[in-house]
Design a protein around this ligand. Sequence first.
Ligand code: AHR
Length: 823
Amino acid sequence: MGKITVRTEKKRFPIAPNLYGIFFEDINRAGDGGLYPELLRNRSFEDSIEPKDCRTGQDGYALVSRAGWRDEFNHGEGLSRWVRKNGTPYTPIPAWYTNHAQMALDRNDTLNPHRQVSLAVSFEEGGELYNTGFCGIAPKAGEKYLFYMFARTEAPVKIRVSVEEDGHEFGGMDFLLEGGGYVRYDGSFTAEGDGRNARLVIRCPEGGKVNFGFCSLMPEDTYMGHGLRRDLVEKLRDMNPRFLRFPGGCIVEGFSPETAMQFKNVVGPVWERPGHQLMWHYRSYNGLGFHEYLQLCEDLDMEPLYVCNCGMTCQGRSPEFFEGEELASMLQDTLDAIEYAVGDKTSRWGSLRAKMGHPEPFRLTYIEIGNENSGPAYEARYQMFYDAIRARYPHIRLIANTHLEEQGLGADIVDEHYYSTAEFFAENVNFYDKYDRKKPKIFLGELAVVRGWVGQLYGALGEAAFLVGMERNQDVVELASYAPLLENVDYNAWFPNLIRFNNRESIAIPTYYVWKMFGNNRGENVVEADVETGTLYRPVKGMASLMGQAGLRYRNASWNKTPVGISHELMGRVKEEEGVSRILPPDEEQRAEAETLHRVDKDRVFVVFGEEQVTSGVFDIEIYAEEGREICLGVYSGRMPKEVYMADETHPPKEWNAANVKPFLWTLEKGISTFREQKFPSDRNLDEERKAELRYGEFNHFRYEADGKQMKLYVNGECIHQVDVPSFPSLSSVVCDSPKEVILKIVNMSPEEDAVEISLDCEVEDAYEVILLTGEKQAENSFEEPEKVHDVVQNHSGASSHFYYGAPAYSVNVLRLAKIQVQ
Ligand code: AHR
């Protein structure tokens, strides 16, 4: 049974007002066709055009940067699995098709210098050109849709533009295109009936030739009339986010200079904004740009947090580092962006903002210099950006990607990203307890459970426990956001994402409700609270493994006294002779595979014994000890739960590989025994170093006993380490108050209800409100059951300065207790 003792008299510190925010990145086609509700895919006809500094390979399948990074391209359709899943018929110009008409890209006759092509169409009589949208267009009965296009013809041409599905026309517009230069044509219609898989059809009854320079179809009804999809913004609004981090993420970095983000490309009239190939396998038309993000911040009262490219492309994707003028122009681009946001309306960029309808400056509170960058190249660029921005805009809080204060550089805030398991987050509920308060503040810019309980209730509970720990340390953690935010389910590139949508509806994963509950229930001060709780152990599985230099010899391996053999040769091959096994060096195939894996040493051997499913037992082995050669035994050598995201599905890693097996490592070297856990970003000792003398030149006996809670490690009969399996509290809690209320957040990760004993140093009203999220451990939401797991508001009674609250199994609870005011 858990116990929480609350001392409202002991205020620890005020809450961090901007703690809960959101991070938007254009991934999973979150922008065009999503938050930015353009209904036409490839509205500028440029999707099949590779960036200037990349080439297409493998017959249009791949896009290769000049530094060698490869992405799936498929002639501009994006990932192969989208094409397969959506049954996208081949077209050289993505999303555009013809009947009785011929179409081609025209590179010589474009709408303006920022457009790379126009679409030249030659219609026969009754010929048609059509666009299939983002997996169809879904008009809603009674809603108004706005259409415009820029078109040029030599002679007058009549066309009808309509939205149709299976012969039904939802609405249409007739245009007479004048001969001459490019002209903008506008029209609108109100949809008759609901559609799911409609297309926009441009029909030419009498035939003719037309060059289309740019076109667009959007719903008139958007959030506050500012052009963004209503249901999605409403979901964001309901989280009560205090800041918006934008526009990325990796897309800020790009995988080549042209694909790196630049502010200049994402402002001004949308048809003048150059398109831009994104890291996440498709092109953005950049209609959702700097101004639109700032407007969204204003509409939801969020502090803007702009991430700028700091003169380098993504370090995980064959990076390029900008120098000289190129670098200077990236810095200038960031300074221009700031001027656009906060400059006077008479300034160069402030005047463009005014022209775009916002004469008053926006707020710009935070700037993050780069995304996930590190190392000396980053440090040099960071310093340059930091100095330039700080000198001109001292009020802006500057965020670094790594702990640069350790190199003596200035940073107000450091952005840390964590993608892991539910258990990792729960185990790290005390992560920031010992953080040096003199160091920069922390921004938890990206965090999510991406292995194991992905998108399910238990994943959300692990994250909730971590957020509770974060709230207990909000004197140092200033900001936090989940990642990624949005996913068009027909174009998934990453999973999970907080909010999922198709052309008609949107749903949220259980984690969304945690952020919503926590973001809306803040109080004013964090107060002292002691929590007594039970313990849950990390689920661990698998038998032993052996690692080290090639040539390692062993014999008589057994599990529970039964001989056991090698089940997986991850690196190196095992050869047996006369009862002794020797691990030979990794062969060419293994070395080549290791190249494609993250953080794998190509020269080390790594073999796994026996079954993966076992959780307890005794492993015995005799290993030949030689001076100068380490012996490394892995305990619990099962695979980590799979990550759902895969960069290039045509080269999937093997089911068992040297990167996805991360046992606890028991190492003996030079008479010293260590036992540690392999962890990102660095390993962690599970026990102190201990002396362990080996008999060199002979076989030594090693044993371990493991029962899911404890591990005991022996050499030649002597117990060297006795260590608990990592665990986490079944119950976590943080308490905040205000003059009128006490707010308790309680996360129960156990499979049983916990009758939590709550003691307070103040009197509270009997009646109280509970906001509850609970369900089955693996529960998740779907379009069929969109709210299987969601927050529920309940009215309870029986609160007092000492009472019991039953926190359901697998639950997140927010208790709002009204203080009785003493006169
Ligand atoms: O959130 C998805 C990606 O994860 C972000 O683009 C990047 O910053 C991180 O690696």
